[in-house]
Design a protein around this ligand. Structure first.
Ligand SMILES: Nc1ncnc2c1ncn2[C@@H]1O[C@H](COP(=O)(O)OP(=O)(O)OP(=O)(O)O)[C@@H](O)[C@H]1O
Ligand SMILES: [Mg+2]
Length: 195
């Protein structure tokens, strides 16, 4: 285990322990504020196809976002995770939550008969989960490199936005060369655009 790996591991545990301790009403209230802010972004308004993670374990909740994207007549995709290959596949979703069932790690994903893969290049806006972030857009994920690999396959205009609680913001997140930066962070208190 090298040093950066150890630093990431330590920070991941600290933030995940604190996040899992948030009471349900706090999670719901902060999530609602964060998603309201996201929905006002120009990048949301102009996006035709949006991919979002489906929250688990006290992540910023995205259920209302999925419903709003559908109500706004935009296309919504959710990730299908293949732990064996470390790949994410965006799958177009038509009915929420009917088409979903728990998949890898208990995270909701499309049922096999409801999988409709999209090419990552079709995504305009990607709502990225994470454990910790810093103001330069650096992201610490769960340690699988899933999003680092996936984001490389998106188009040059794709916009990466990460919803996060203020408690997930750190002064500096340890960064490896393959870590992909976010374009924008949204917390319950502010929007942080990374130039
Ligand atoms: N583009 C890539 N190509 C090959 N391997 C990669 C790539 N990106 C990350 N990895 C590998 O994945 C592993 C985990 O990376 P890292 O610790 O950055 O995960 P993470 O960003 O926290 O996880 P995730 O993106 O799944 O939330 C590392 O061993 C890393 O080398
Ligand atoms: Mg990474």
């Amino acid at each position: 285990m090298n040093t950066i790996h150890q630093l990431k591991h330590k920070l991941r545990k600290e933030v995940l322990d604190a996040r899992i301790a948030l009471p349900p009403h706090v999670v719901a209230e902060k999530s609602a504020r964060i998603i309201q802010t996201l929905l006002k972004l120009d990048e949301y308004r102009y996006a035709s196809t949006i991919m979002t993670y489906l929250d688990f374990r006290n992540e910023v909740q995205t259920g209302e976002l999925v419903k709003r994207v559908m109500a706004d007549g935009k296309r919504v995709a959710v990730p299908l995770t293949d732990p064996a290959s470390g790949m994410l596949t965006p799958s177009s979703l038509s009915f929420y939550p009917d088409e979903l069932e728990p998949g890898a790690w208990g995270i909701l994903e499309p049922k096999p008969r409801c999988v409709r893969p999209l090419d990552p290049s079709e995504l305009d806006l990607i709502v990225v989960p994470g454990v910790a972030f810093d103001r330069r857009g650096n992201r610490l994920g769960y340690g699988g490199g899933f999003y680092d690999r996936f984001l490389l396959r998106t188009g040059p205009e794709a916009f990466y936005v990460a919803p996060a609680y203020e408690m997930q913001l750190c002064d500096s997140v340890p960064r490896s060369s393959q870590d992909v930066r976010m374009h924008c962070l949204i917390t319950e208190e502010r929007i942080i655009r990374i130039s």
